[in-house]
Design a protein around this ligand. Sequence first.
Ligand code: ATR
Length: 253
Amino acid sequence: MKFCIIGYPVSHSISPRLYNEYFKRAGMNHSYGMEEIPPESFDTEIRRILEEYDGFNATIPHKERVMRYVEPSEDAQRIKAVNCVFRGKGYNTDWVGVVKSLEGVEVKEPVVVVGAGGAARAVIYALLQMGVKDIWVVNRTIERAKALDFPVKIFSLDQLDEVVKKAKSLFNTTSVGMKGEKLTVSEASLKGLYLVYDVVYFETPLVSDAKRLGVEHVVKGNLMFYYQAMENLKIWGIYDERSFKEVFEEVLR
Ligand code: ATR
């Protein structure tokens, strides 16, 4: 079968290398390519992708637009984003990645979620599925947070430190930290947390600060990516546990 990742930009993605190594290790004759699709040519290119590939992953900024061209699962409809496609059907495996990456961790409330985009919606949906009720969303653009179709409380970014001070868990779903930037959270507020979770899959200042300050559970996005990839392979019907662990664990855990 043929697979790929679509995004813009997408050249930094580690997915092709990982999936192709996995196919090799598992003795599977599949391929995983990369398709950089600028937003302006999305509507024409997506038709070709759907014909040419058995399955694919969608990443920034295409997760929302893919929805219109596939039959979305119930989860994908609630999250309003599809990141995994198989033969015309669309799924969201990001939220599954969040749930599985938190196995064995109690998500104490209240929970602060920073961000209101696609990643935030997957995180909020996962938290709701886990039975978490007291969710406070903090976003730079308050209107975007207000448009979220979930039972959450909304705060602006300048209130971040005061809400974190009252919270037990903090999830960063924005790209803040990718280039070493810091969220505006004081050390005193961070110290009071039980769980810090960052969807960015390498170590951000938030994650290293949380570790240094002794936060009990600190989870990086690599773990979410790991379980999200596992779920993709299950949907595509080609999951082999041993090969998966050998290839994905080495790089991501
Ligand atoms: P994704 O699908 O990864 O969630 P997205 O839908 O573009 O990507 O959402 C990005 C989120 O990160 C948004 O909540 C965005 O805030 P805005 O709604 O105000 O745009 C947030 N974000 C991105 N860069 C940010 C920054 N420098 N400071 C604060 N928030 C930021």
